[in-house]
Design a protein around this ligand. Structure first.
Ligand SMILES: Nc1ncnc2c1ncn2[C@@H]1O[C@H](COP(=O)(O)OP(=O)(O)OP(=O)(O)O)[C@@H](O)[C@H]1O
Ligand SMILES: [Mg+2]
Length: 277
């Protein structure tokens, strides 16, 4: 496993450059149902037309969304990840991040969901988690919400974005889920309406972080097709599952895109203990 750790660490020292430039805000897409922020204090967001489906602590724990549980040791682990991610994103004015991995079942959605919750706890930030794994969507399962009409409702049925978002009862967090697997996924995520949406999501609110849960880089062309529309990316690998050559291949395919960090999931390191009383 040390080899995977090294491969991941090497990727961060590879000096990958930032191909993104701040996009101009396109006109014509619908809003998110959110009241634009005023002032500089913590954001008080009213979800005027966005569905609210509260997720309770028991469900959070069952679905391994520990970032949502105060005083859980793993909540602190995700706080540490959040702050590292946030520092790197702020340093480069990145506002959108893709969560990628080499193959399936490495923990992308788990990391994306916990990171989203943890980032939403930062009072000056809002977070939108988009399920862009169109072949195998699962963000809705983690949060236990009805995914309909979701992203495809927006892309294909002409619905307003606010009708497709869900607030899982966590302040400053909204989800854009998807419950209908599609097989021509890379064509769907690069259709003009999706690209326009990604620009709008990035540019409308400067305080908002958009997290895209991506499909595996080595199994579909989706992640690579969409990567140039995302500011930066985080690579998840799983101890005992991901092979060293898979990580190397993924890193080489991501060459040229800003990889701001990596997460070694299912690490055999001792479980952290909660610090404090
Ligand atoms: N650290 C962990 N400890 C225990 N179970 C985990 C851990 N990480 C992920 N899992 C479990 O492994 C399964 C796969 O995780 P997840 O759905 O996050 O992976 P994924 O990379 O998004 O998969 P896919 O490629 O299918 O989208 C889930 O059941 C999840 O709860
Ligand atoms: Mg997933």
């Amino acid at each position: 496993m040390e080899k995977i750790q090294k491969a991941l660490e090497k990727s961060l020292g590879s000096g990958q450059t930032d191909p993104s430039s701040p996009a101009k805000r396109p006109a014509g897409l619908n809003g998110t149902g959110r009241q634009p922020a005023t002032g500089t204090g913590s954001l008080d967001i009213a979800y005027t037309s966005t569905r609210v489906t509260p997720v309770h602590d028991q469900k959070l724990e069952r679905h391994r969304l520990m970032a949502g549980i105060e005083r859980h040791a793993l909540s602190d682990t995700f706080r540490m990840l959040r702050t590292r991610v946030l520092n790197r994103m702020e340093a480069s004015d990145y506002r959108t991040i893709g969560i990628a991995s080499s193959v399936g079942q490495e923990g992308k959605t788990l990391v994306a969901s916990n990171l989203a919750i943890s980032l939403a706890k930062v009072l000056t930030r809002t977070v939108l988690l988009v399920d862009l794994d169109l072949r195998s969507p699962s963000v809705h399962t983690y949060f236990g919400v009805d995914p309909e009409p979701g992203l495809l409702g927006f892309l294909n049925n002409g619905l307003e974005l606010s009708q497709c978002l869900v607030n899982p009862g966590i302040e400053r967090l909204v989800l854009l889920p998807n419950g209908r697997p599609v097989h021509n996924s890379s064509e769907v995520i690069t259709m003009p309406r999706m690209l326009q949406l990604s620009k709008e999501l990035r540019d409308t609110y400067k305080d908002r972080i958009v997290i895209y849960d991506l499909p595996p880089v080595l199994l579909t062309d989706d992640a690579l097709a969409f990567m140039k529309h995302i500011d930066c990316c985080l690579l998840v690998a799983s101890e005992g599952r991901t092979k060293e050559d898979q990580v190397k291949k993924t890193i080489s395919l991501l060459q040229g895109y800003p990889l701001i960090g990596s997460v070694l999931n299912r690490s055999s390191e001792t479980m952290p203990r909660y610090y404090g009383r």
